[in-house]
Each structure stands twice: as C-alpha cells, then as structure tokens.
Design a protein around this ligand. Structure first.
Ligand SMILES: Nc1ncnc2c1ncn2[C@@H]1O[C@H](COP(=O)(O)OP(=O)(O)OP(=O)(O)O)[C@@H](O)[C@H]1O
Length: 459
C-alpha cells in the first residue's frame, strides 16, 4: 500500500465511491484508492507503480488526464473512456512543492456513462425526429427523395428545392462543384423527379479519346469506318430519347465536339457518323463539371455560346467542408451502411468523430465514404479511436489551431502548432539532426521540444 497517504486519509479515500489516483511528475501512479478497480478494471496493487503513458497506450483509459496536466502544467478536466467500458468526467489537479514544481497530480472521476448514453439517445431521437420532419416536408413535392441521399444542410436543401422546381422542365442544367460532392447523384435525383419516361444515360466526356467519344455520343452507321461494327451503333444521345442525357466532365469535351453538341442543343438534331441525314431526338440535358468553365471560356478552351446554352439553370454544390450538418449526418449514414454491409458493429469514439468533422475532405463525399468503409473493415476493436484514423485526418486536430480559437488559450494554440510542426518534420526525417536541419533550428532544440510533447513521440 502506498506510503504517501496517511492511514487516516487512506481509510477515508477508500470509503469514497469515486476513484482517486495520485501520480508523480514522471507519470507513475503512487496511490490508488480501492474504488479504482471498479473504474479501471485493475486492482489498486496492479495500478501502483504503473506508468500512465503505458496504461493510456493499453487503453486502460484514454486520453490520460495526467499526461495532459503534465504537458500543460495546469489543472485539466476531460472526458475519458476506459477499457471497463465507462465514460468518465475526469479532473486532474496539481500539488506543487515549495519550489513551485509539480510534486503530484491528483485525479478523480465522475461516472457519466449513463449520462452519455442518455445524451446519445436524445441526440439520436432528435436526429430521427428531424429526419422524419425533413422527409415529410420533402415528400410534399418530391416523388423519390431517397433516404440514402443526405440533405441536412441549408445549402443542400435549397439546391434540392430548386432541382425539384425545374425537374419537369426541359431547361438544360449545369451542375458544378468539386470532385465527389454529389454531382452525379443530383443529376439522377432530377431525372427521378421528372416526368420523363425514358432512361437516365450517362457519359464521362473526360474518359474517352475524341473519336471514340464522338461515336459513343452519336453512334455510327453500318460500315462507316474500318473496324466499325457491321450493324452500326446507337449513340447515347439516341438512348436518352424521352429521358435524360447526363454529360459528366463537360469541361473535357474537345472543341470539335462542342460545336456538334451546340447544334444538338439548339436544334435537337444530330448526325450519326457516316450518315448525311439528321436524326431528331427529344431528351433533357444535364451537364456537370468540377473545373471553372468561365475560366476555360476566357482561355478559349470552351465555347462561350455553348457555356451559356448549358448553364440555363446553374446549380453549384458547395464542398462538404462547408456543409457541417451534411457531414455529421453522412458519418452516421456511412457508419450504419457499412456496418450493415460488412456485418460489423463498430462504434466511433467521440474524439474520432470530432476529428472527422474537422478534416477538410478535399475528395468530399467519395473520400469520406472510402475512409469510413476502410475503418469499419480494418479496425479490430469495437470502438474506432483517433489513432485508427489516417495520418492526414489525425493531423488536422492541431494543423489548424484557429479551429480552436476561443476554446483554448493562445499558449495552448501555439503549443498545438509547435507539436504539429514537429510531427510533420518527424514524418519527413529519420533523425533529430535531420529534423533540426529541416526546421532551421538546433538539434538540442528539437530534442527539448520533443521532450515537451513526449507522449506524442515516445511511448
Ligand atoms: N447527398 C448525398 N448523400 C449521400 N451520399 C452521397 C451524396 N452525394 C454524393 N454521395 C455519394 O458520394 C459519392 C460521390 O458522389 P458523385 O459521384 O455524385 O460525386 P461527383 O461530384 O459527381 O464526383 P465527380 O466530380 O468525381 O464525378 C457517391 O458514392 C455518392 O453515392
């Protein structure tokens, strides 16, 4: 039994329901009261002398409040998960010696497992209620508002409302937005909500060389060129009869085909390769691009007249990072979808979700969906913790300290930035000497700074 607490106090502390741990400045546990077993699943004898860094790594608890107190040199209150399956609100207080150095860190917790469960339950019920409300509202004017399509943000709702308003018209639509934001999904949504009985036919203008793209679009007459199918070929323009033709990556359309597309839009007629008589068609055209078409027009790489013909109804889908409500709902959607698909029951630690919410998602929904599926398939434990995340997502926590402005002090924000710089340098370099050169500081400075954030570098 520990000698730093007198028998009198030990009896009192053993009688309290909450855990009490005392740790020395090196992070070694020098006292644990008998309630600690209930909280951490380890007997007090097993806890004594153990390093909190080691226990944190083994996930007996995570994150360690003592580590944070020692790193920040001040009192901390955090939410912690334990292997015993609890959620704790943990306080870490410092006892200073006469010289003003840390002598001990005292921690005690409050079990908020039930409270957290209740919070999750209320959040889920609220989310359900919101979904039902949204679905009811959208059902009023939508025929096929699929529940696989998230539109929780104000921007997305506005886009879908405009899309529904124009779905039944013949007006050409130009959908713009970064890669992976959902341009294809929106085009299909418009078709599904139109009265058009024909098919939704899709061509990616960037995926084929010019001659193949032309025959793909317009088809060819029998024997019109060497190597051609003797029966000829129907182009997608014809296949889209009475339906919707979706031209993805329209910015990649070669200039020669831009002229032909213009004729098609203006006169609703086209020539099959090898035919001299025009064919008439009736379809709705939706085009999409992730490039800046106006810029292409200025550079003379895209015809101005075609640009105006295409953008009768312009719809811009903002990047996922600007649609916070969609992002959080999509995380939930993909978690459920991939758990179901792969017969798993994975949960996400709140801090993992927090990091996913802060990441900039340059690949938008496609990138999010890929990462969620990979995590659900490859993580062994039931709970997905921050360190299971790809490095690029993990680094986001500190990569932009401005995210935490107002929540952390300026010194804490500067520490976050410093830590991030060191992490990035460590990824690039194989020694502290190399890191020093890379960062333009001395090697002892690098070592000293890494020591400051040792929990992130040495375990
Ligand atoms: N609102 C949404 N809700 C749920 N999933 C979505 C939504 N929008 C897009 N997705 C999913 O995200 C992925 C990318 O969508 P999509 O292919 O429509 O993007 P895109 O903008 O057309 O991409 P690209 O520019 O690369 O063609 C798809 O798997 C799609 O199912």
């Amino acid at each position: 039994m520990s000698s730093i607490v007198s028998e009198f106090w030990e009896e009192i502390l053993d009688g309290v329901y909450n855990d009490v741990l005392i740790t020395d400045p090196k992070g070694r546990i020098v006292y644990a009261n008998s309630s600690s077993e209930y909280w951490f699943g380890l007997r007090e004898e097993e806890l004594l002398g153990k390093s909190i860094y080691e226990l944190e790594q083994k996930r007996v608890f995570y994150p360690s409040v003592v580590r944070l107190v020692l790193e920040k040199n001040k009192r901390q209150t955090i939410i912690q998960s334990t292997t015993a399956g609890k959620k704790l609100l943990v306080n870490g207080d410092i006892i200073f010696n006469q010289k003003g150095d840390i002598q001990y860190v005292v921690t005690y917790s409050q079990d908020i497992t039930d409270f957290e469960k209740l919070k999750t339950y209320v959040a889920e019920v609220e989310l359900e209620l919101k979904k039902v409300k949204d679905e009811l509202a959208s059902l009023k004017n939508s025929k096929k508002w699929t529940n696989q399509m998230v539109a929780a943000s104000r921007q997305m709702k506005q886009i879908l409302n405009t899309a529904l308003m124009v779905a039944d018209s013949d007006a050409t639509i130009l959908i713009t937005g970064e890669t992976g934001v959902g341009k294809n999904v929106l085009a299909k949504f418009i078709h599904d909500n139109s009265e058009r009985k024909g098919s939704f036919v899709e061509v990616n203008c960037g995926s084929l060389p010019e001659n193949l793209l032309e025959s793909e679009l317009f088809g060819y007459a029998p024997g019109s060129f060497t190597g051609a199918n003797s029966k000829g070929k129907k182009g997608v323009v014809e296949e889209a009869e009475n339906g919707t033709l979706f031209l993805d990556e329209i910015g990649e359309l070669p200039l020669n085909l831009q002229v032909k597309l213009l004729t098609l839009i203006q006169e609703k007629k086209f020539f099959k390769i090898g035919e001299s008589k025009p064919r008439h068609v009736n379809f709705r055209l939706i085009a999409a691009t992730h490039v800046n078409l106006e810029k292409k027009v200025k550079e003379k790489a895209f015809r101005e007249d075609l640009f105006y013909r295409l953008s009768v109804i312009p719809l811009f889908i903002p990047p996922l990072r600007e649609r916070e409500e969609d992002l959080s709902e999509m995380i939930l959607l993909f978690k459920n979808q991939f758990n179901h698909l792969h017969k798993k029951k994975k949960e996400f630690d709140p801090q993992t979700i927090d990091l996913l919410l802060r990441y900039a998602w340059p690949g938008n929904i496609r990138e999010l969906s890929n990462i969620m599926e990979r995590l659900i398939l490859t993580v062994n434990s039931t709970v997905i913790f921050p360190d299971h995340l790809p490095e690029k997502v993990l680094l986001v926590d500190n990569s932009n300290p401005l995210h935490n402005i107002g929540k952390k002090t300026m010194y804490e924000l500067l520490d976050d930035l410093e830590l991030n710089i060191l992490k990035k340098a460590k990824q690039k370099c194989s020694s502290t000497t190399e890191m020093a050169k890379y960062l333009g500081v001395s090697q002892p400075t690098v070592v000293r700074k890494m020591q400051k954030y040792k929990a992130h570098f040495y375990s």
